[in-house]
Design a protein around this ligand. Structure first.
Ligand SMILES: NC(=O)c1ccc[n+]([C@@H]2O[C@H](COP(=O)([O-])OP(=O)(O)OC[C@H]3O[C@@H](n4cnc5c(N)ncnc54)[C@H](OP(=O)(O)O)[C@@H]3O)[C@@H](O)[C@H]2O)c1
Length: 268
């Protein structure tokens, strides 16, 4: 199958895992569409990637937690005449405090960002990918998708589990047409995630043993997506944890994951 254009659209590209995916895609010769809310960050990253790797970079400053944001982003990409052949649905947040004490609007924004935006973008890019017989979609879920949940971060495991199941169904539908879809379930990755979501970084100390750098995580996710892996748990320690979470009885999973989740709960 031919791969005539090389354009990767990456959400949440202003820091952490998204910025590492942007570098990795640029190293592999892809022109880029980078989306996030922080314009200054996007522009700095864009300038550096253009200089270092001689690729074209479009920046899209948008809040993907707003209704219709995914489709709006795709329309902007289309207006520039770009054809997406790699989509990385990476932008993400978590809400560390209690469900009842947050506003419903906060929770809706979480759902829009985690679920509706990736679904809208995947739906929008597929016709081109299937027509070309080549495409890649990576949905950044989390090992939390396999957990039993806990206080705080109430919708996070459910939202990430949605991405996992959505990716698997889509993979089953489109892999024979050359479009490889993967759910990526990182353990802990050293990014700004805790800081951005008001989680005390000290609460994560005990998770250090399975912390990866964004670059390590991205290298494995990119490589294994290309090999057709539907579920990617990057890193050995996260793989061991994922095995336990998938095969232990539910009450044991709860005993493991609930204390971990509650460490990252910041109260009301
Ligand atoms: N770090 C971990 O340990 C870990 C583990 C498992 C899964 N993950 C997942 O990995 C993904 C990336 O997280 P990260 O660790 O790289 O954290 P991060 O450094 O905080 O990056 C999150 C990215 O998402 C963007 N974003 C957040 N809200 C947005 C919105 N409303 N609209 C548009 N962009 C938005 C942020 O950009 P702006 O703030 O500029 O908008 C930023 O670029 C997330 O989906 C997260 O759930 C992370």
């Amino acid at each position: 199958m031919t791969k005539p254009d090389k354009y990767a659209l990456i959400t949440g590209a202003s820091s952490g895992i998204g910025a590492a995916f942007a570098r990795h895609a640029a190293i592999n010769g892809y022109d880029l569409g980078l989306c996030a809310r922080r314009k200054d960050r996007l522009l700095d990253i864009s300038e550096k990637l253009q200089q270092d790797h001689n690729v074209a970079v479009d920046t899209f400053c948008a809040d993907l937690g707003l209704p219709g944001a995914g489709l709006n982003l795709f329309k902007q990409v289309q207006k520039l005449g770009r054809k997406v052949n790699i989509l990385i649905n990476n932008a993400g947040i978590s809400i560390a405090c209690s469900f009842a004490k947050t506003t419903y609007e906060q929770q809706l924004r979480f759902l829009e960002l985690t679920i509706n935006t990736p679904v809208a973008l995947s739906h929008a890019v597929l016709p081109h990918m299937t027509k070309q017989g080549w495409g890649r979609i990576l949905n950044i879920s989390s090992i939390a998708a396999l957990s039993s949940g806990g206080k705080g971060h109430t919708l996070y495991p459910a939202g990430k589990a949605f991405l996992l199941k959505f990716s698997q169904s889509l993979a089953a539908e489109v892999s024979e047409q050359g479009v490889l879809v993967s759910a990526v379930l990182p353990g802990f990755v050293a990014t700004e995630f805790q800081q951005a979501n008001n989680i005390d970084p000290k609460s994560m100390q005990s998770a250090k043993w399975f912390t990866q750098s964004p670059e390590q995580m991205v290298e494995e996710a990119w490589r294994r997506n290309n090999q057709g892996a539907e579920i990617i748990v990057p890193g050995l320690s996260a793989k061991i944890m994922a095995l336990l979470l998938r095969y232990l009885p539910e009450r044991m999973v709860r005993a493991i994951t609930r204390p971990l989740a509650e460490k990252a709960y910041v109260g009301d």
